[in-house]
Ligand binder design. Structure first.
Ligand code: GDP
Ligand code: MG
Length: 306
C-alpha cells in the first residue's frame, strides 16, 4: 500500500542552532530573551555579564530555534576571559546560522572589526548582521554608521533592530526560520533553556550583584549553590555563596549593616520565585576566594569550564 505524503506542516518543519555573537554589552542576552519570550539569560549594563554558553529554545509549530547566547568576544586579560572567548568562538563551528550583533547606535570599533574577520575565516554558516540599539541612533548618523557596520563582515542579510523595544525582532525571526535546515525538534516543546534550576538560580543571584554594586565588583564575583532542599511541596530552601576576590569587595557586597546583601537577597529571591513558581527561602553567604578567576580548579568548580 502506498503511504500518503506527510502533511505540509511536517515536511516543512525546521530546527537548528543559531549563535548570537558580538563584543560585550551589545545586547546579545537581551535579544535572546526577547526572541525566546522568556528571561533565560541574565542582563546588566556591565560587560562580562554572560560567562557561559546558554541555550534559549523557541518552539513554534513550524520550527524550533535553539539560540546560543555567548560571552562577548574581546581581548581577554585573565584565564576566565580566555575561557569565555574560546567558548564563544568554538560555538561558531557547530551552528546552522550566526547572528552577528553590534551596537548600531555607534561606529564599530576594533572588537567589531576582529569579530567580523573571525566570522569570515571561521564559519561556514550564513551570517545575519543585526545592528542593535537603534532606538539610540541619531538620525544624522544613520547612513555613516550603517555603512561602517555593513562592511564588517560577509553577511547573508542585515537589519537594524532594537532588542529592548522589539523593533524588527519579528523580521529577524522570519529571516532566521527561513534559513534553518529542515528537521525535527531537538528539545521537548515546553523546554526553554538547557540550564537546570540551580544554575539559573545562581545566575539570578549574580545578576543582582551586578545590578546593585558598582564597577569594581562585577568581574570579581561568582555564585555557587551550596544546598538545595525541598522540605515540603512548593517550598525550596537554598543556600548560596557569593565569592569575591578580596576582603574589600566582601565589605562592599555585604554593605553597611548588611544592607547591600539584604537587597541582593530580596531581589534575587523574587526572581527565583518567579522562575520556580513557588516560595523559596534564600540564605546568602559572602566569601573571599583569592584569584579565583586565574585558577583552572576554581573555574571548574564554579562550572565555568568543562
Ligand atoms: N537602548 C537599548 N539598550 C539595550 C538594547 N539591547 C540591550 N540593551 C542594554 O544593553 C546592556 C547590555 O545588555 P546585555 O544583553 O547584557 O548585553 P550582552 O553583553 O551583549 O549580552 C543592558 O543594559 C541592556 O538593557 C537596545 O536595543 N536598546
Ligand atoms: Mg550577555
Amino acid at each position: 500500500m502506498k503511504h500518503a505524503d506527510p502533511p505540509e506542516i511536517f515536511r516543512q518543519h525546521k530546527a537548528g542552532f543559531v549563535a548570537v555573537v558580538g563584543k560585550p554589552n551589545v545586547g546579545k542576552s537581551t535579544l535572546v530573551n526577547k526572541l525566546v519570550g522568556e528571561k533565560i539569560a541574565i542582563v546588566s549594563p556591565k560587560p562580562q555579564t554572560t560567562r557561559r554558553i546558554v541555550r534559549g529554545i523557541l518552539t513554534r509549530p513550524e520550527a524550533q530555534i535553539i539560540f546560543v547566547d555567548t560571552p562577548g568576544i574581546t581581548t581577554p586579560h585573565q584565564q576566565l576571559g580566555k575561557v569565555m572567548v574560546e567558548a564563544a568562538t568554538n560555538v561558531l563551528d557547530d551552528v546552522d546560522l550566526v547572528i552577528f550583533l553590534t551596537d548600531g547606535a555607534r561606529m564599530p570599533d576594533d572588537d567589531d572589526t576582529r569579530i567580523g574577520k573571525l566570522l569570515n575565516s571561521r564559519t561556514r554558516a550564513p551570517v545575519l548582521l543585526a545592528l542593535n540599539k537603534t532606538d539610540l541612533l541619531k538620525p544624522d548618523f544613520v547612513k555613516d554608521v550603517t555603512e561602517a557596520h555593513w562592511q564588517l563582515t560577509r553577511h547573508a542579510d542585515w537589519m537594524r533592530i532594537s532588542a529592548t523595544r522589539g523593533d524588527n525582532c519579528d523580521k529577524l525571526l522570519g529571516q532566521i526560520i527561513e534559513r534553518l535546515p529542515a528537521g525535527p525538534e531537538f528539545y521537548p516543546a515546553d523546554q526553554i533553556t538547557d540550564q537546570n534550576l540551580q544554575a539559573m538560580a545562581a545566575e539570578l543571584i549574580r545578576e543582582q550583584v551586578l545590578l546593585q554594586t558598582r564597577q569594581e565588583i562585577p568581574h570579581a564575583v561568582a555564585v555557587a549553590i551550596e544546598s538545595w532542599e525541598e522540605p515540603r511541596e512548593n517550598l525550596t530552601r537554598i543556600t548560596a555563596t557569593i565569592y569575591v576576590e578580596r576582603d574589600s569587595q566582601k565589605g562592599i557586597v555585604i554593605g553597611a549593616r548588611g544592607a547591600m546583601l539584604k537587597q541582593i537577597g530580596q531581589n534575587a529571591r523574587a526572581e527565583i520565585e518567579a522562575w520556580v513558581g513557588h516560595q523559596i527561602y534564600l540564605e546568602l553567604w559572602v566569601k573571599v576566594w583569592e584569584n579565583w578567576r586565574e585558577r583552572e580548579t576554581s573555574l571548574r568548580r564554579l562550572g565555568l569550564t568543562g
